[in-house]
Design a protein around this ligand. Structure first.
Ligand code: NDP
Length: 676
């Protein structure tokens, strides 16, 4: 039987020895073997740092995003092939799509988020400039730069494609190379994924490496620039977190581990309501998708005591129609667990749960199987229990399979107390249409959850479901759930970067960040900045226009024309009584409009559009006959990859005759490239 290949230090390599056999979850046949014996993981980490890291850091966020997008497209073209391999992990086609399409979706979502939310640059400038001195010559600014290490990911067996990709996307965008270590039982699917990635030739050498088998002495070679992201059991998380290589070097370690996720049915959601049915459907779905092997699956189903029997009856009826068997066989809705070991683990856990409850659906030792041999495949029946919430087991024992326990509760306060007994979870659902109950429970359970999902008739049509982690949102949870955070949009990218507080004078800060800041050098020339193409502009290019007197007639004309006859502009007596103004003042929007009239260059030219303003503040009232001057300064240039234009952010400072700023904002424009 063949050993799975690892991709390390730029080559495909195979470990020595016979390796550990991996089995088809459905037939029990051996699929492949894994061994990392003799592979030099220290050298692989060095290769990532020396080759992959520098290549990625040369690219801007947008260029990395374009590669991620291309990779997503490439994998999408090969997904049928991945589905076929995935079936051998026990996954139905639906399960495979969850894993494979879900993973590709993360790549694409991150690529698109990066283009919108990150600059076309290699450094991320975070937050506003902090003035640190009175004279404006000493400023502070946080910047984020890529860590010069490798993101080592240790994955769980249940998502052999989504797991590696959801960790890869943010690391890659940050400019940090990745070393993928899949869980052995399903490593043959991750191996195929990595072959597709490497063969695509899209990513720079060293950007993605892969080890099939154990990590050996890998952690001994970690440095303070590396990161480790782990998904799996709480006990392994604890072992890895306290590894001397992690502790000694303060390696950024993030874990996502066991989680006793909950769903709570609201007292308003009585049998017959839409919410009651949504709860029943969510619970059944979470039990059966991936045969319940989802870190987010609902383990604890809290139900108002009066409705326990009705919920059990409805869920039992649904589960009775679930056909268990070989993926692809006629009618099969639920596949196998990932391995026979995993089935033993589930049976052991159910035994513990039974001590604090009773099984109301299914038999842990018997299941009718379609299209496969029930003894050779890792099949198990869906198992529903009713438990005692005052016992510890339902809050502590995670049966990582199609297993949930219905638990009665009496009051929202009691429900919140029970929720906390899970000691930290990834996801919770509150199924209710009662805003009072929803608020109390969501805020009550939030400190114990990474994500809380409110489900009712109003959002059900668009809800992505209880169990789906989304690239835009944080995935992780406190305490038992590992204490880490993954994804969460650009937060996940920043996790792989170092935040540094830079203290400097305005010119140095402008040079470091590539952005003009207040107090830095301005450049005025004869050419209007709106007549310059993107390549011809530089931060600091500036135009001073005005003065323009604002008359009573201007204000009254503007009021009549727009319909904005607010008393502060139009009613002498009322304006006089206003404690902020004391007299009639010009509209803020008039000031901004007059400023545009001052700085605009009217003829056709490289400026294609004005797409908004950011941070508009009216700072000082403008009275009749005040004179306005506007200073427009090019602040930041963001060329768009594969577009004939880019974004230009301008600082607009509108001042009065006494030099006082009356309005300040950023004007956002699209400016053509010269060769477009
Ligand atoms: P493990 O914690 O045993 O394994 C997770 C990953 O860690 C695998 O890649 C495994 O590799 C690796 N690993 C294990 N030991 C070490 C070590 N000493 N050094 C380095 N890497 C190590 O979890 P399992 O995948 O076996 O699942 C066991 C239980 O964990 C499940 O039954 C379930 O309760 C829980 N789980 C929770 C998940 C979650 O997301 N919350 C997801 C999956 C499982 P290898 O496979 O090669 O040993």
């Amino acid at each position: 039987m063949t050993l799975l290949r690892s991709h390390l230090s730029g080559t495909w390599q195979t470990g020595s020895g016979d390796g550990r056999p991996l089995y088809d979850a459905v037939t029990g046949d051996e699929v492949a073997r894994v061994s990392a014996e003799g592979l030099d993981l220290g050298a692989a980490l060095a290769h990532g740092r020396r080759t992959g890291g520098p290549a990625l850091r040369e690219l801007t966020f947008h260029q990395r995003a374009a590669l991620l997008k291309a990779l997503g497209g490439h994998l999408r073209e090969h997904r049928e092939e991945l589905y076929a391999v995935s079936a051998r992990t026990g996954a139905t086609l639906g399960d495979s799509k969850f894993d494979i399409d879900g993973g590709i979706g993360v790549l694409l979502a991150y690529a698109s988020k990066a283009k919108r939310e990150l600059p076309n640059d290699t450094v991320f400038v975070e937050g506003a400039v902090e003035p640190l001195g009175r004279g404006g010559s000493f400023l502070g600014q946080h910047v984020l730069t890529p860590r010069h290490g490798v993101a080592v990911q240790v994955n769980a067996f249940n998502f052999p494609v989504w797991g590696p990709l959801e960790k890869l996307a943010p690391a890659f965008l940050a400019g940090v190379p990745t070393l993928i270590k899949p869980a052995s039982p399903t490593a043959f699917l991750t191996a195929r994924l990595v072959e597709l990635i490497v063969d695509s030739g899209l990513l720079p050498d060293g950007a993605v490496q892969f080890v099939a088998g154990s990590l050996g002495d890998c952690f001994d070679h970690l440095t303070g620039q590396d990161l480790v992201s782990f998904t799996g059991s709480a006990s392994t998380a604890q072992t890895l977190r306290s590894h001397p290589g992690i502790v000694r070097n303060s390696v950024r370690f993030s874990a996502e581990a066991d989680s006793l996720n909950l769903a709570a049915l609201g007292p308003d959601a009585t049998p017959g309501t839409e919410e009651f049915d949504l709860f029943v459907t969510a619970l059944t779905t979470e039990m059966t998708v991936k045969a319940g092997q989802k870190c987010t699956a609902i383990r604890r189903a809290f139900v108002p005591r009066a409705h326990v029997d009705a919920v059990v009856e409805a869920v039992t009826a649904r589960l009775a129609s679930v056909v268990v068997g070989a993926p692809g066989a006629e009618g099969v809705r639920m596949g196998a667990l990932a391995s026979l070991d995993q089935r033993e683990e589930v049976r052991r856990s159910v035994k513990a749960l039974r001590d604090a409850g009773r099984i109301v659906f299914g038999d842990p030792d018997r299941v009718e199987v379609t299209g496969a041999d029930a003894d050779r495949g890792a099949f198990v029946s869906p198992l529903l229990l009713v438990g005692d919430p005052d016992r510890a087991e339902p809050h502590e024992v995670e049966a990582f399979g199609p297993v949930s326990t219905v638990l009665p509760y009496d009051t929202p306060a009691q429900l919140i107390d029970y929720a906390a007994r899970g000691q930290g979870s990834l996801a919770g659902s509150v199924v209710s249409a009662d805003p009072g109950f929803v608020r109390e429970v969501v805020l009550g359970v939030a400190p114990f959850h990474g994500r809380v999902h409110v489900l009712n008739a109003r959002d059900a049509g668009e809800s992505t479901g209880h169990g789906s982690p989304l690239p835009q949102l944080v995935h992780g949870g406190p305490g038992r759930a590992g204490g880490g955070e993954e994804m969460g949009g650009v937060r996940g990218v920043f996790h792989h970067m170092q935040r540094t507080a830079v203290q400097a004078d305005p010119d140095s800060l402008a040079a470091i960040t590539g952005r003009w800041v207040t107090g830095a050098q301005r450049y005025t020339t004869d050419v209007h900045p709106f007549r310059r193409h993107l390549e011809e502009l530089r931060p600091g290019d500036c135009l001073v226009a005005g003065p323009r007197r604002v008359t009573r007639e201007d204000v009254e004309h503007f009021a009549e024309f727009t319909g904005d006859t607010f008393y502060a502009h139009m009613d002498e007596a009322a304006a006089a009584a206003n404690p902020l103004f004391g007299q009639r003042v010009a509209h803020g929007y008039l000031v901004v409009s007059l400023a545009a009239g001052l700085f605009v260059d009217p003829d056709p030219g490289p400026v294609l559009a004005n797409f908004g303003v950011d941070g508009l503040r009216f700072l000082t009232p403008v009275r009749f006959d005040d004179e306005l001057t506007v200073t427009l300064t090019c602040k930041q240039l963001t060329p768009r990859e594969s577009a004939g234009y880019g974004e230009v952010r301008w600082d607009a400072d509108v001042t009065r005759q006494d030099g006082e700023s009356v309005a300040r904002y950023d004007v956002l424009t699209l400016v053509a490239k010269k060769d477009a």
